[in-house]
Design a protein around this ligand. Sequence first.
Ligand SMILES: N[C@@H](CCC(=O)N[C@@H](CS)C(=O)NCC(=O)O)C(=O)O
Length: 205
Amino acid sequence: MTADLILHEDPRSGNCFKIRLTASLLGLPLERRQYDIMKGETRTPEFLANVNANGRIPVLQIGDRFLPESNAACWYLAEGSALVPADRFDRADMLRWMFFEQYNHEPNIATLRFWLLFVGEANLTPFQQGQIMAKRVGGEAALAVMEDHLARRDWMVGDSVTLADIALYAYTHVCEAGGFRLQDYAAVCKWLNRVSGLSGYVRMD
Ligand SMILES: N[C@@H](CCC(=O)N[C@@H](CS)C(=O)NCC(=O)O)C(=O)O
């Protein structure tokens, strides 16, 4: 019998971790199916035809339906829970930070972590090597925006943890693997501790 919720993932991926963390905070059981992105296991004809035509994990399988994109999957799990604000403005503000994560944060911070930790700087293409500095500057700018915001509040939106915190936590807490210095961001560090102190918190594998 197929489980209700199946996470197609590579456990090294922060995007996948967001979904595990959301499910864990909500007490929802997830079956995990693992793929090695370094071996192209999300690019096989079977994966493209049956799981995600975009060739990427995470994908949340709900019964016989497949939902790619980490933040969409977190939304599916959390809609109607305390992880989504009841207030209309706060709900939109939460989405604002989730779009910020996908546009300003993840493409810089997650990509540098992937390149430096898993691919190795020496194995990068000349094009990728030429992008390192821009990604470093972009990632530092995103962390500075978070630092400024969190210097004045405990959570990204409202007075309690929301999906905005989960989405941004995933790659922030491992950003040093991409060469970023968390010690430069004191308010971000305190917020990271707030998230990891939540009841139901689960570690990234
Ligand atoms: N915007 C997507 C990004 C998904 C993504 O880039 N996944 C990466 C791992 S974090 C992947 O599957 N890479 C393998 C590949 O592109 O072949 C999300 O938030 O889920």
